[in-house]
Design a protein around this ligand. Sequence first.
Ligand SMILES: Nc1ncnc2c1ncn2[C@@H]1O[C@H](COP(=O)(O)OP(=O)(O)OP(=O)(O)O)[C@@H](O)[C@H]1O
Ligand SMILES: [Mg+2]
Length: 387
Amino acid sequence: MSNIFEDLESTESITPTIFKDKRPLDHRFLPDKLVHREEQIRQIAKYWVDVLNNVTPSNVTLYGKTGTGKTAASKFAREQLIDIANKKNVFVKVEYVRCTDYTTEYQVLAQLCNKLGRDVPNRGWTKGEVVNTFRDIFKTNAFGRKLHLIVILDEIDILLDKDGDGILYTLTRTENVSVLCISNYLDFKNLIKSRVTSSLNDKEIVFPPYGANQLADILSERAELSFCEGVLDSDVIPLCSAMAAKEEGDARYALDLLKNAGELAFDEDCEKVESDHVRRAKDRIEHNKVSEIISTLPLQQQRVLEAILNLTKQDEEITSGKLYDAYKDISKKDAVTYRRIFDFINELEMLGIISTNTISRGRGKGRTNIIKLQCDEDLLETTIYTI
Ligand SMILES: Nc1ncnc2c1ncn2[C@@H]1O[C@H](COP(=O)(O)OP(=O)(O)OP(=O)(O)O)[C@@H](O)[C@H]1O
Ligand SMILES: [Mg+2]
C-alpha cells in the first residue's frame, strides 16, 4: 500500500493551490509587525525601557475585549526588549504565563522558579516554601549579576477568581520583579484587595476593538503571507472584516473567517476564494463553536438541553415547571432538584445557547420565566444524539 501522507502531499501539489503557507493564519503566529497597535506597544515600551537602566519597570495592565491584540502586543514587546537587552548586555528575563494553564499562585511561582533554574515540584511543598525559593533567586544574586524579571500574566482574571490575589502580592513585593497583567475586564481590580492594589500601582493601557478598516489591514498583511497570488476575490477581505467588526472587532474571528473560507475553497477545488465561501465559513465556525460547547457540558445540563429541544419541537411555550417535568422524564432516577435546574438555565443562558424572558401573567398570577432556544435546532439535535 502506498503511503497515505505521500499521496496527499502529491495531490496537493498538482491541484491549483489556494494556500502557499497556512501558518500565518494560525492564532499563535506572531507577525513581525502589528498594524494599528503601534501606540499600545510604544506605551508598554515606555514603561519597560527603565529596565535597560537597571531600574525595575512599573507594573502594567492591558485591558481589552477578546481578539484586540493584547497577547500579541505583549509578546511583540517582549521580543523587542529581549533583543535590545541582549545587545546592551542587560540581564532581563520576560516570562509569559497563561493563567488558564497555571491557575494558582503555587503553580505560577513553581513554573517561574523552574524556568529560572530552581527545581520546584508541581505539588507537595507549602506555599511559603515556594515563595521563599522564588524570592531567593533575586536575593542571593544567584546568577552572579542582577536579574530583572518581568512576568506577563495573561488572562489573569481566571487566576484571581480561582485563587485570590496572593500571586500579585508576592510578585509585586519581590525585588526586581514587575508584572504585566492582561485582562478582558475593566473591573478586574474588584478581585484585588486594597493592600495589593497599592503595591501594584499599575499603568493601564486600553486596547479598543478594531474597526472594519483596521481589520482589513490586519487581514491583508496575513493574506499576503498565506495565500497564493490572486486567489482572493476582492470582496473577501472586506467581508471578513465587516463580519468581525460586528463581532466586537475581534481579529481572531476575522482570521478564522479568512482561513476557513480558504479551506472551503481548497476542499471544493475552486481556483478562487469568493464571498460565498466566507458566508459558509461563518456558518461552519458557529457550528463548530456550538457543537464544542454542547459536547463538553456536564451530562445533567445536556439533559436539560435535550428537554428544551423536545419541548421546542412540540411548539410548546417553555416555562421552568414544564422544563423540569420534561427533564425528569429524560433523567428518571438521577434527576437533580428543581432548584438546581435554575442554575443550569442561567449557565446555558450565559453560554448563549438559550434565552429567558420573564413575563407577567397579570395581577395576582405572578411572573413566569419563558425559555427559548437560541441555537439551531438541527445542529443541537445532531450534536446531542452523537455525543
Ligand atoms: N494589530 C494586529 N496585527 C496583526 N495581527 C493581529 C493584530 N491584533 C491581533 N492580531 C492577531 O489576532 C489574533 C488575536 O489576537 P490576540 O490573541 O493578541 O488577542 P487578545 O486581545 O489577546 O484576545 P483574548 O482576550 O481573547 O486573549 C492573533 O492571531 C493575533 O496575531
Ligand atoms: Mg489573549
